[in-house]
Design a protein around this ligand. Sequence first.
Ligand code: GLC
Length: 558
Amino acid sequence: MTSQHDLHHSADHTPGQEWWRSGVIYQIYPRSFADHTGDGLGDLSGITARLDELQELGIDAVWLSPFMTSPQKDAGYDVADYCDVDPIFGTLEDFDQMLQAAHDRGIRVIVDLVPNHSSDQHEWFQQALAAGPGSTERGRYIFRDGKGQHGEQPPNNWQSIFGGPAWTRVSEADGSPGQWYLHLFDSSQPDFDWSNEEVHEEFRRILRFWLDRGVDGFRVDVAHGLVKDQEFPDYTPDPEAASMGGEQTPAPYFEQPGVHEIYRDWRKVLEEYPGDRALCGEAWVSSVASMAQWVRPDEMHQTFNFEYLLAPWEAGQLRDIIDRSISAFGAVGAPSTWVLSNHDVVRHATRLSLTGENPQGTGIGPDFPGIPEHQDAVRRAQAATALMLALPGSSYIYQGEELGLDEVHDLPDEARQDPTWFRTRGEKYGRDGCRVPIPWEAESPAFGFSSSGKSWLPQPGRWKSLARDVQRQTPGSTLNRYQQLLRLRRELGLGAGALQWAEGWGEGVLAFRNGDALIIANISGSPVELPTGAELLVSSASLIGGKIGPDTTVWLRQ
Ligand code: GLC
């Protein structure tokens, strides 16, 4: 076994061969992964208890969504203390044990860092409220006087990403209506003022706190949002665009050039530590060309490729985004990343088969027209995954996709907890449907998620047949295929390879070589002949009469 010591000190960090360039990173959403204490919410000791299953799956690293102290108004993305663990998830000791246990299994651990905003329960924000206008304490957040004769209107027209105004007015100490503070998300998530050096210092301290404990890197939340246009001009986003940004002309609160300085500074902090620690930015920006600016040699190591995630299951568009990604990231010497699902989007086992419009962040509910048949949708999702895992670069997978879990569109209204649902008064369903606790054992309470049978969001009965223990025993199950793909990807060195298109396969078919492997993704509606003399390594679905059926990806050696 590789120990933590080895992971940070072994000679595996030759420039150009660092693990994050080709690694497969598994996103754990802690509250929905495994509940050890039985309160219906997942926890850190639950993760530790399930690491063997992740090792068996064959991933290189895990990224944990936030588990720090938080009132959980936005499922932990509202942090009240960046250097402690929320009691619902356990303690710092539980974290250390989990980290050690992961490292003992050769699995690296990335934690989520939320630098755009804190919780309103953070000590600093409480001090800011108490201290009053013009104080040093208020200077750590974005407080402004309102417009109108008595300051009764917000400073500008910005809307929260979760719906409703992005400004909330406070009452001053004497009870009178006071200033307004900015929150791009929920009113319980005030934005920090990154023009204030004290905020920079604090985050360097927080980075070091977790690096000292031995983490392998950070996923940086809303990495494109920290710096705001200091003129604070009015702005109305395109209602059809992804809620997290990505418009051609960036919003005055996203993609401002000043953010890059912050990550240059953080990179230096990471480089003070031995081993390959990585920063991965959650930056919803307009194109891969701008995304690539986040991963210039002195900035972050990785950024999520959301343009790839948002691409429809269509050969031409997929080929185009794959080409643009490889060339844009290649131009700055960074690997591309690939991702199809996470805790903010409709699971790809549903999304890729939807025919109706579904902008990111909106979610789908029971009334959504045309919910696909599960079997067909999973077949397509598996084909998409087999395509993704064959691409050179690093891939992210989201807990439960290895089980073929679909989006739970039919959650009862009263179960929903996403602030989007509340702030839009039910107009947008939000993201609960991809956050339902995952099934481990078909015959156990809460499908093995929690020994008490509790689950913070209800699990659909249909997930019984998707439980991990059932799939482990079933040849050809989604789980077994993921495991096979991950093993072969490693053996064939696909993550560190290079892509070369193979032409002549006809419309709707993507074919490419990566090292010794030939990959064929059949995105057309008709079967495709296997090339003669090829050895079939893995197929995302059974062949049909010896041919590659529609919505199937095969890996071959020829
Ligand atoms: C990121 C997170 C999302 C969260 C938001 C605010 O987009 O992925 O879950 O709600 O930031 O922190």
